[in-house]
Design a protein around this ligand. Sequence first.
Ligand SMILES: [Zn+2]
Length: 212
Amino acid sequence: MQLSPGRDGKLRCFGNEPGKEFYAAYHDKEWGKPVHDDIKLFEMLLLEGAQAGLSWETILRKRQGYREAFHGFDPRAVADMSDNELEMVGFNPEIVRNRLKIYSARSNAVAFIEIQNEFGSFDEYLWRFVDGRTIVNEWASFDQVPARSPESEALSKDLRKRGMKFVGPTIMYAFMQAVGMVDDHLTTCWVRVGGAELNAISQIELKGREVS
Ligand SMILES: [Zn+2]
């Protein structure tokens, strides 16, 4: 499978379809970039948990709605949400209507704060699972990208032990990609190659190798 260029000529892992500029921007600026800010980490944790069973694109389109309903992704504010407030969130059309997912935002916030208290920050806790460094993979095709990894399994297991929900190993792998613990940009993606010219060269190389 080869990546096809977007309207700007750039090869992207995703987001190059017409009308998906927001998805291309997410791909270029966020996906695979290391995150060390706890609020941002909680945001991605909450959104990835909400995603379970849906497309990531669907969730990203709802991100602003989530930001408003869940207090700017401040874990302390989310931990303090009342049952009544969570029930109201369930009527918000911008939020995925799944009561278990909505309530897990609060219980996960409580567990998140406990981790912060134990390790100083969630960031400090989280990055230990990859020894503090991004795992940079070299995939030529999405067929090669795994759905989970030993690291995501270890993270999932530990978060579950700490009372978190919607943190299965597949969700955690997607989370690790999102916060840059894993960089799964394909080798031909412009983010990896770093320029349109080089991009064109690698495309020729790819053809030469007949990577399907
Ligand atoms: Zn990419």
